[in-house]
Design a protein. Structure first.
Lengths: 327, 415
């Protein structure tokens, strides 16, 4: 394998369940050492894609490679996986479960046990080591499962909705750990429908909607490319210049005015007109779009019309929409 | 690769062996066995100690000479008392004073009809009653026959009936062999079913709890399935080893104790005959092992293809049938173990554990047939592993509705 091959590469991956295409010719690459968010409403195909990466489902078309290699060869030792549906052996003692999960990832038993103990200390669960998993709260169970995911120090972490079900404090704990692994050079791919979280954590994002990829790339570049159309202004003096053919509508927000431009119009005309009018400009700011807005812009239809796209009994769009932007 | 399998085996084994259920069943089994066999006998001995002191009043003058030793052999402590007018009153008083458990009056009528009176402090147990009664009638009969110059010994010993089996299919099974075959078959049926279902439940639990996703991303499905089956198998063998040693200890230690304490139960010594030989124990374990391997494979596949307990209950129906049919055939096969039907049925691998055992325990099965049945079972294990492994591989990650038979076949072909 070559050192520069990406940690994860999907080529034209397609998965169908009967009539329904869950993932449609998905191309996706994650360079090494990057935190990448896989974003989309429920039922958009995130979990199906992740399951194909983990070899749980076989793609109908296309191929998956990890670190430029056959995923079946690399997966066990190099990848850590936290599934969306959290499964644990409820009757096992916490430390035993963690040890077992380490063992099947290739660790020696003693080593797995030692690391498991360290992790329990770190998570503040030392007293629970010899307790049965079923006696723990849901949040604690999730921590145990997370420890099981990272116990073998994987080079690639695949986390399916890692933050769901965690209280804010534990979300912060998890976020901190994810950043720590990132700092060590671990590649992290996580799916979420919480745009704020993705915006804070991710260097790259991949937006999927209705089984298709709609946007993919470096988050900063995406935002720069999408930075058009809204200008926040604050000024003193004449306001005639804010009216013009470029402007679609005006909104008042937090003490400033948001000028929403028509498609393809240049904000430079407005600035020229403002200067000419003699107004004193306090702020003339191209608003960087929120990830949420970018997503809505690209997949608005997918969000609104997403119901029925769910790959399970959950209904997709309503839940997706309420989380976007508000979380 | 084996690292994974061993990890799965160890987990499965330790989890189960440490569970309360296992400890309860393993310990409680032998205890229960001991409780229902040894305890009542022991209690009876304790309770009846006093009642074994008997007095005999012989009005004939000829019976007691033989009757006393006979009763003593039966475990009684016998005292001979001469007949006099107030003997009944006297002995009653002694008995009430705790000196005697009871007394027996025999007279001329006894010599003719075998009738006698047994004055007892309590209602005698059936066994005690029979021992006393047969002792008296035998003694009387012996006396009568002797008076006529007949050899009483042979006749009184119950005679002998020599059995020669002349039909080929006939069974020369003893009662003991019959018991072993019959009880053993049921025990095999129950244990195979119990542990195969345990494999199914474990599979189903992993599937529904979704932990299987994590495990399968780290190992191949067959590694998980193999580890699971071997783990449960080790648990079952552990349990059987405990049971068998407990039974051995019970037989070796318990029965002589009972016999020593209660000589009239000497016919218990024939239990020594039903204690299976070591080779029979090994055969039994062999039938269990192969039966378990075949059925646990099938049950693992059922667990993998279902999503709920209810579905699994329904889907295991064919397997239950495969186990019930030989159980229904056990009786006829034990009675006529060498008919062509018995031979063929017992050679069918899925029936062999139960039916071949039934024949073997009864005795008189050519060893080539036993060997052949093991070879066929080994082949069957391989075939089932191949098919079930494929169903398992697809099913374990599949959610949604249970597959139909054609779908199952597609899984097997495509996996």
């Amino acid at each position: 394998m070559s050192e520069d091959s990406p940690a994860l590469r999907l080529k034209g991956v397609t998965k169908r369940f009967g009539e329904h295409t869950a993932v449609d010719s998905f191309d996706f690459e994650v360079p090494r050492g990057v935190i990448c968010g896989l974003l989309g409403p429920n039922g958009s195909g995130k979990t199906t894609s992740i399951r194909m990466i983990m070899g749980i489902l076989g793609p109908d078309e296309g191929s998956v490679s990890l670190f430029g290699q056959d995923p079946d060869v690399v997966r066990r030792a190099k990848v850590g996986y936290l599934p969306e549906e959290r499964g644990v052996y409820k009757k096992m003692k916490c430390l035993e479960l963690i040890t077992f999960l380490g063992e099947i990832r290739g660790l020696r038993r003693g080593e797995a046990r030692r690391r498991g103990g360290d992790w329990l200390d770190r998570m503040g669960l030392t007293d629970w080591a010899e307790k049965k998993v079923e006696d723990l709260s849901k949040g604690m169970q999730q921590k145990i499962q997370f420890i099981g995911t990272v116990i073998h120090e994987p080079e690639l972490l695949i986390l399916d909705e890692p933050f769901s079900g965690l209280d804010p404090i534990n979300q912060d704990v998890l976020e901190e750990i994810v950043r720590e692994y990132h700092a060590r050079g671990t590649t992290i791919v996580f799916s979420t429908h919480l745009m704020d979280q993705a915006e804070r954590l991710c260097e790259r994002v991949c937006l999927i909607s209705k089984s298709r990829k709609v946007l993919d790339g470096d988050l900063k570049e995406i935002k720069a490319a999408e930075r058009r159309g809204i200008v926040a202004v604050e000024f003193e003096g004449p306001d005639t210049w804010i009216q013009g053919p470029e402007i679609d509508r005006i909104e008042r927000k937090e003490g400033s005015l948001h000028l929403i431009l028509k498609d393809g119009q240049d904000h430079q005309h407005i600035l020229n007109r403002a200067v000419a009018s003699g107004a004193r400009i306090l702020r003339f700011d191209l608003i960087e779009p929120r990830l949420h807005e970018i997503f809505v812009r690209h997949a608005g239809e997918g969000l609104v019309g997403g119901a029925g796209m769910a790959d399970g009994p959950r209904s997709a769009s309503a839940d997706g929409l309420t989380h976007f932007g508000t979380a | 690769m084996w690292h994974n399998v061993i990890a799965v085996i160890r987990r499965e084994y330790l989890q189960r062996v440490r569970s309360k259920w296992f400890i309860a069943a393993t310990v409680a089994g032998p205890l229960l066995m001991a409780a229902v066999t040894v305890l009542p006998a022991w209690l009876a001995i304790q309770g009846e100690r006093d009642e074994f002191r008997l007095a005999i009043v012989d009005g004939t003058g000829v019976l007691s000479e033989r009757l006393v030793p006979r009763l003593e052999n039966g475990g009684f402590e016998v005292e001979e008392v001469r007949w006099h007018a107030d003997v009944v009153t006297e002995l009653r008083e002694r008995a009430n004073g705790g000196d005697l458990g009871g007394f027996i009056m025999v007279d001329e009528l006894t010599l003719e009809t075998g009738e006698a009176i047994y004055y007892s402090m309590d209602v005698p147990s059936g066994l005690r009653r029979v021992t006393v009664q047969t002792s008296i009638t035998r003694t009387a009969l012996e006396y009568q026959l002797e008076q006529r110059g007949v050899d009483a010994e042979g006749l009184m010993g119950g005679g002998a009936l020599e059995i020669e089996v002349i039909s080929e299919a006939g069974s020369d099974i003893t009662e003991v062999g019959f018991g072993l075959a019959y009880i053993g078959s049921f025990f095999l049926y129950m244990t195979i079913l119990l542990y195969a279902v345990a494999v199914m439940r474990a599979t189903l639990e992993e599937k529904t709890s979704r932990i299987v996703e994590v495990i399968i991303s780290a190992m191949r499905p067959w590694e998980l399935m193999l580890g699971k089956i071997v783990g449960v198998c080790a648990v079952s063998l552990t349990q059987m080893a405990i049971w068998i040693s407990a039974a051995a200890a019970l037989i070796a230690g318990g029965i002589p104790m009972i016999i020593a304490a209660r000589p009239e139960l000497t016919n218990l010594s024939s239990i020594g005959e039903i204690v299976p030989g070591i080779s029979l124990v090994i055969l039994f374990l062999g039938f269990f092992l192969f039966g378990f391997l075949m059925y646990s494979g099938l049950y693992a596949a059922v667990g993998a293809m279902c999503n709920t307990d209810e579905e699994a209950q329904q889907a295991q129906f064919p397997m239950i049938m495969l186990l019930i049919v030989p159980i229904l055939m056990v009786m006829p096969v034990i009675q006529e173990p060498n008919t062509p039907m018995a031979v063929w049925l017992s050679l069918f691998p899925l029936f062999s554990p139960i039916l071949m055992w039934a024949r073997v325990a009864g005795g008189g099965v050519p060893s080539w047939q036993v060997l052949l049945s093991f070879i066929l079972m080994a082949l069957m294990v391989w075939v089932i592993a191949w098919i079930a492994g494929r169903i398992y591989k697809v099913g374990i990650l599949m959610s949604g509705k249970r597959p139909t038979l054609p779908e199952l076949w597609r899984w097997v072909k495509e996996a």
